[in-house]
Design a protein around this ligand. Sequence first.
Ligand code: DUC
Ligand code: ZN
Ligand code: ZN
Ligand code: ZN
Length: 484
Amino acid sequence: MTTVIKGGTVVTADLTYKADVLVDGGKIIEIGEGLSGDTVLDATGCYVMPGGIDPHTHLEMPFMGTYSSDDFESGTRAALSGGTTMVVDFVLPSPDQSLLQAMDMWHNKSGRASCDYSYHMAITWWGEQVFDDMKTVVQEKGINSFKHFMAYKGALMVNDDEMYASFQRCAELGALPLVHAENGDVVAELQAKLMAAGNDGPEAHAYSRPPEVEGEATNRAIMIADMAGVPLYVVHTSCEEAHEAIRRARQNGKRVYGEPLIQHLTLDESEYANPDWDHAARRVMSPPFRNKKHQDSLWAGLAAGSLQVVATDHCAFTTEQKRYGVGDFTKIPNGTGGLEDRLPMLWTHGVGTGRLTPNEFVAVTSTNIAKILNCYPKKGAVLVGADADLIVWDPEAEKTIMASKQVSAIDYNVFEGKKVKGLPRYTLTRGFVAVEDGTLKAQEGHGEFVKREPFHAVNKALSTWKELTAPRKVERSGIPASGV
Ligand code: DUC
Ligand code: ZN
Ligand code: ZN
Ligand code: ZN
């Protein structure tokens, strides 16, 4: 059975043209004019684009004494409803747990996914077993990216020696290291100071994680990656200090990528000044929301290409879970939702305002990350042979975001009340129509794991630093006698 998307305008990262798209067996089999098929999807007045790829989700993740509340079932349904057809979730091994065991746990959860998914592996501890497992993960398990938390001291944080060792291992294996870049030692100090002074509310969360801690850690990670001779992907880049470090590195020929979140682009720090405790706590995530200066920097980076990807860090907690932190802001589970709103919000605030072109929209929501993570053109493309992960995007469709109408399993939405213009009329996941005329018809278990191959040597960073292979010892005579 073939499906034809008829009468629309195909928009890719670099082209805009009128064409029909014919789908069969989950793949795009023909693109051209006057095509016919068994099922016809009317794309009149719409853009036909690659489905969104969200490279940063935490579904059903054990974190801060609880589990994030969207799992692979509700999370991927939420994704599809908003035009996202693939998520990349983080496998999070507990201390001393083997990477392979943690990965199996994730595979047990992800069987319920209704869209395709892939994994990043987190390096949460370091030892010979991790070193060995990394090879299996890359060479046999289809995971080519490793996440490092520079924050969450005493829990997920890795130190510089561990990070350097892991980055070198990534370089050897053709894998891409990712960093959550915040200086965890300084954050811990600031948290203790704020709590001691009686600042225990959610606003203190933002005070404990200023742009400087992110800028410092981003710089440090870039330098360490350079010395390891490996590219670097910086997740949730939220401020000018971090963006500046990435921009400078790229200008110097280093292969460094930055990923702003839709939340940081559209919500600001004033949210934490809301007198309603729940309102502020629901918006606690790391890094926190910033001011307009930082938002402008991120938007400029997307337009200029110094930042390449817009993600969500979707990590949804209910109000009840957020209240674990009443009286101690450091215990508020960090995280916000966004999976179903990323595309409509970015279209509205990016394309709708002229800050992004439709082609740039496709680049930063889909194509760029497919290339960075080595799954292009299976994903992120409108090309013959590519997976039919497609959205038929109606630029005139409007709605007001409301928690009462969302797919996500939590009881609020950080974008509550925001009007969006631009919504999927159809969402196709490998040819299956999961959103039809705006109505969600996702199929639990339809999603498949996307294996990603290691990178070729050509992707090695253009390192500015060369380790001396044979450091020369200076021979001296007349060495003074030792001792005091
Ligand atoms: N930040 C969050 O807000 N939640 C999950 C993990 C993270 O780094
Ligand atoms: Zn068929
Ligand atoms: Zn993070
Ligand atoms: Zn995250």
